[in-house]
Design a protein around this ligand. Structure first.
Ligand code: UDX
Length: 446
């Protein structure tokens, strides 16, 4: 008999996971406490921009013409508890306001709400990014609350999906990590992931703390790689070197690898910044804070990048932003996403605005979210409109649209032809050929 799966929390991670589970052939029930999310998803609409997700959802949501009908949504905990053999916890764990630690309240309340109704054997699988030690604590909580007692088990199965590639990363994960305490949990998860495993995804079985740590360790490593290359960019600038050439040259060493070595204004988003901070906070609680003091440096190198970009722009317009028009290309924290959480691009735009610059932002998908966070910035409907009359153009999120744009067309409307590439992603030769002064972080000015 095929397993029935619930997905608790239908945000970014949950909506993708629910649709992917339906794609793998399971009957899926998604649960959320937000009625507007449930209404949208039930109509086959996705509350965020993510390539391919809406199509995948519409292929499975019950009631949509031509769909498999395997995916439904509810707000009813008892219904979810009764329905599922496997319950995936996909609620978010944001950074606590004014603290490094993450906020576990959504996870805790989801576990409590579900557990009370668990009257039959089931496996609860945590996917949220949590401080190490949470799984053991939550297992105790479930045992206390679930009417089915020991017939309900917990497993931890961290999620590594990247925004912009969420569907691909969920259906074809580069590894599946499960932290379990018993064979039954492992067996069930092997059933759930039989499809991706058959296609070659490694299936790694470990204990609770290791599974929890894999996620935070992976994100810390990625953050470290980015801050490392950004530190090299600072040195290159001081020494007259070229960080792009340096990254390419060191990246050919397979032990280092070429990915995540793009210098620029640094990392942002809902994961890397808050995950490294929560990791430091948890290590402190465990008495292991010394082991992670380097992450404080990774964080501060990263935050410094934003200020350096602002300085570079200020210098570019003659030392003061007053009376200057600044075009900002990009608002999302990365391309192919409309997510502006802790976005370096918006942060830079906001700082320049505060220093008196007249900022006009354009982003292919991130504008509605950006307007909510920074309503006082100027916004344009296209790159061309943003650049019209600009004294300087800042390229801060590396959308394909910006790489493919015709620099000559932009040159015809800009007040000054100065472009600062905060992502090292534009082709300097193309821009220079169109009459622009092109500058990038950590690269010599030609
Ligand atoms: C990250 C992890 O990659 C993913 O595995 C985890 O599940 C969630 O966190 P995501 O936040 O979607 O995913 O973005 P990612 O692609 O990792 O990029 C993070 C930030 O780093 C972006 O702001 C990006 O612009 C920046 N970045 C990335 C760089 O500045 N340089 C690089 O070379 C790569």
């Amino acid at each position: 008999m095929s397993l029935k799966i619930t997905v608790i929390g239908t945000g970014y991670l949950g909506a993708t996971h629910a649709a992917a589970m339906a794609e793998l052939g399971f009957e899926v029930l998604g649960l959320d406490v937000a009625p507007e999310k449930i209404e949208m998803l039930s109509r086959g609409q996705v509350p965020m921009y993510e390539p391919g997700l809406e199509e995948l959802l519409r292929a499975h949501v019950a009631g949509i013409e031509g769909s498999s009908g395997r995916l439904r949504f509810t707000m009813d905990w008892a219904e979810a508890a009764e329905f599922g053999d496997v319950h995936f916890l996909c609620v978010n764990t944001p950074q606590k306001h004014g603290e490094y630690a993450c906020d576990m309240s959504y996870v805790n309340s989801a576990v409590d709400s579900l557990s009370k109704h668990l009257r039959r054997p089931a496996l609860v699988v945590g996917k949220s990014t949590v401080p190490v030690g949470s799984a053991a604590r939550l297992a105790g909580r479930i045992a206390e609350l679930a009417p089915a007692g020991g017939d309900v088990e917990l497993a931890w199965n961290p999620e590594f999906l990247r925004e912009g590639f969420a569907v691909q990363d969920t259906l074809h994960p580069d590894r599946i990590v499960v932290g379990v305490r018993g064979e039954r949990a492992e067996k069930l998860l092997r059933q759930v992931y039989a499809g991706p495993v058959a296609e070659g995804s490694p299936f790694i079985v470990t204990d609770f703390p290791t599974a929890e740590l894999v996620k935070t360790a992976a994100n810390s490593f990625l953050a470290t790689k980015i801050s490392f290359i950004n530190a090299m960019a600072e040195v290159c600038e001081a020494a007259g070197g070229d960080v792009a050439g340096l990254a390419e040259a060191i990246g050919h060493d397979e032990r280092i690898g070429r990915k995540f070595l793009r210098a620029g204004i640094g990392f942002g988003g809902g994961c890397l910044p808050k995950d490294i901070r929560a990791f430091m906070a948890r290590a402190g609680e465990l008495g292991a804070d010394q082991a992670l003091t380097f992450l404080r440096e990774i964080d501060s190198i990263n935050m410094r990048r934003r200020g350096l970009m602002v300085e570079m722009a200020r210098e570019g317009v003659g030392g003061s932003f007053l009376g200057k028009r600044v075009a900002v290309l990009g608002a999302a924290f990365k391309p192919d996403s409309d997510d502006v959480r802790d976005s370096p691009a918006l942060n830079v735009a906001g700082q320049i605005h505060l220093q008196g610059g007249q900022v006009t932002v354009y982003d292919p998908k991130g504008m509605p979210n950006a307007k909510q966070v920074f309503p006082t910035l100027g916004y344009a409907d296209s790159a061309l409109e943003a650049v019209r009359g600009a004294d300087v153009v800042l390229h801060l999120t590396e959308w394909r649209e910006f790489r493919e744009i015709d620099p000559a067309r932009l040159a015809s409307v800009a007040a000054h032809r100065l472009v600062l590439d905060g992502r090292n992603a534009l082709d300097p030769a193309r821009w220079r050929a169109a009459g622009w002064t092109y500058r990038a972080m950590g690269r010599p000015t030609a």
